[in-house]
Design a protein. Structure first.
Length: 303
């Protein structure tokens, strides 16, 4: 009898009591965003978009930056970590904040790029980022010489990055107080590319090279900063641009692209903005009632 009980005990041992869950170590990442913070801490370069990265649990600007990398990769931490690392590598090499301080050749770049900011009111703008809109404007129809503007690839990229960094500065991410989520993110920028009176053809190798490199850089280094992109006064020959973008830009971003043959109707696209009568604030050539871009916008320093 005792032997039978012993055998039964051996064959059917009592289940062990579950072990208590071990508390994570103080420095051990416990969430995807903390994993990204660990990646950032391990890097030698500390800054993204004017934000010196810190613990996102207590630093809202860092939470915004790191969450954008998660959002850009649909929550895939491996891809987000890789993109963040590539961004930090790139910023360490190029020093984008220093590019803003530089002056660019007047003959090559004057009038080709502007940043404008529109706010509902000073009081509302202080309430949250939803009450302001930032635009970057690329006036490629104003290019005087293809070879001069696009021929030196590094110079063109530096100028284009300086323009983007000016726009990002207007978002005031370093002083932001509202965290973002996968579904809520008001820290984004409208982009307008104007091809009116454009004279160069798609076969131009320097234009294609500059366009390809710009798209690649922005897809990697500026994720989730685009609200919508409008291509206005687009000639049929510029269709090649969309082919390039589809190679390097995520499908969900491509959906934000809007080609328009008539730039004068651009002002009609912003009826849903929380900035009242936003369309009217745009320059008249885009259907608004505002002054021209040179008067109301800012551009990288030229000389």
């Amino acid at each position: 009898m005792a032997e039978a009980q012993a055998q039964a005990t051996t064959e059917n041992p009592k289940p062990e009591a579950p072990k208590p869950a071990e508390a994570p170590k103080p420095d051990e990442p416990t969430t995807p965003i903390q994993e990204l913070w660990a990646t950032a801490k391990a890097h030698t370069y500390p800054e993204v978009w004017g934000v010196t990265l810190a613990d996102p649990a207590t630093h809202v600007p860092s939470q915004i930056v790191l969450q954008k990398y998660l959002n850009a990769n649909d929550g895939d931490i491996v891809k987000a970590r890789d993109q963040l690392t590539k961004t930090l590598d790139w910023r360490a090499k190029l020093q984008p904040l220093e590019l803003i301080k530089k002056s660019y050749n007047k003959a090559k770049f004057e009038g080709l790029g502007y940043v404008t900011k529109y706010v509902a009111s000073e009081e509302q703008a202080a309430e949250g980022p939803e009450f302001q809109e930032i635009f970057t404007w690329n006036i490629y129809g104003g290019v005087k010489s293809i070879d001069e503007t696009f021929g030196n690839l590094d110079e063109f990229i530096n100028w284009r990055v300086a323009l983007m960094e000016l726009a990002v500065q207007e978002l005031s991410l370093s002083t932001a107080t509202k965290p973002i989520t996968a579904d809520y993110d008001p820290y984004k920028i409208f982009q307008v590319h104007d091809y009116k009176s454009i004279s160069f053809l798609r076969q131009s190798p320097v234009v294609k090279t500059a366009s390809t490199e710009t798209i690649k850089v922005f897809a990697t280094a500026y994720p989730e900063l685009l609200k919508e992109k409008f291509f206005v006064n687009v000639p049929v020959i510029m269709g090649f641009m969309y082919g390039l973008m589809k190679l390097f830009v995520a499908p969900k971003t491509i959906k934000k692209f809007h080609p328009m043959s008539n730039g004068g109707k651009l002002a009609l696209e912003f009826a849903e903005s929380k900035v009242p009568a936003l369309g009217e604030k745009l320059p008249t050539e885009y259907g608004g009632k505002g002054v021209d871009l040179k008067a109301q916008g800012k551009e990288p320093s030229i000389e």
